[in-house]
Design a protein around this ligand. Sequence first.
Ligand SMILES: NC(=O)c1ccc[n+]([C@@H]2O[C@H](COP(=O)([O-])OP(=O)(O)OC[C@H]3O[C@@H](n4cnc5c(N)ncnc54)[C@H](O)[C@@H]3O)[C@@H](O)[C@H]2O)c1
Length: 320
Amino acid sequence: MPRAAVERVLVTGGAGFIGTHTVRRLLDDGRAVLVLDDLRHACGEPVPRPAELVRAELSSRTAAEAIAGFRPHGIIHLAAQGGVGRSVRDPAGDAQVNVVGTCAILRAAVDAGCRRVVFASSGGAIYGRARRLPSQEGDREHPLSPYGAAKLACEGYLGMFRRTFGLSSVALRYSNVYGPYQDGTGEAGVVAISIHRLLGGERPQVTGDGLQTRDFVYVGDVARANCLALAAAATGALNVGTGRGTAVREVLEILGRLAGDRAGPELIPARPGEVRHTHLLVERADRQLGWRAEVPLAAGLQQTLASFRERAGRPGAPGG
Ligand SMILES: NC(=O)c1ccc[n+]([C@@H]2O[C@H](COP(=O)([O-])OP(=O)(O)OC[C@H]3O[C@@H](n4cnc5c(N)ncnc54)[C@H](O)[C@@H]3O)[C@@H](O)[C@H]2O)c1
């Protein structure tokens, strides 16, 4: 779809971590943006003008009316209940937001004449314990949590809405996203949690031997992938990562050095069922979107630490 055809963009979850970076990028590109978010896990940065915010739950009548009124050309659907652990504790609550909420958005998209949906899926949660690395889009999906099963179910709904209602869509399977404005007080996001601990004078913690690897991708690169995917013709699933696995312990050591911490990470017992290694093959996103991750890990970590420090010193801003 040509770029000019996607001038009005709705971003669900646009007040969250990835959403905030995505909305700023869309505005920089000159697009009209409406944010739909009930602010249950907003990152604390104000929605930038001239974007408008509608505070509403995904499945609500207010949300459907806002979409009908705005008539978006494209939707970037980021709103979700994050947290694998939380989804294990409450699978029905997870499905209510992540599956039912997504169906409501897709239905409202069709009713409003929207032509394109970009969906935030998850490489880590969908591939599970991968038989081979890097994980490719054609590999068997093996979600190990309700959160991963919900992402896979949503990809199924995207395919159905494409076939039955002609709604073009793509699912971007992000790897481990990190960067400014990520919540450092929750259960997920080792970079944000570790910076939060370092700035609070505590040692970062790593489970097991710390040699488990993850594919850490900078949030600015992910926001760029979201924007490129809006105007592309790609359908199905596309991995969005760096294509490289990095040991969690190495990331914490870099952060420790940058923060001037001498104590080093603290090793805590491994979590049962934790996946040992993940990283994603990203050739398909390169071919179909012309996208590759550009921000090197050390530079991304430095920017993230600087942002957390700046916010910690800003009155009223969340520390994480
Ligand atoms: N952060 C990662 O590493 C990562 C990795 C893979 C996939 N994802 C996916 O990317 C998307 C964005 O993730 P994030 O890290 O920015 O999360 P986030 O929690 O920072 O942002 C989500 C936003 O959605 C809003 N929201 C949640 N439920 C809602 C509901 N029912 N109605 C309206 N608004 C609601 C929250 O208030 C929040 O502002 C999510 O779909 C997530 O599953 C994230």
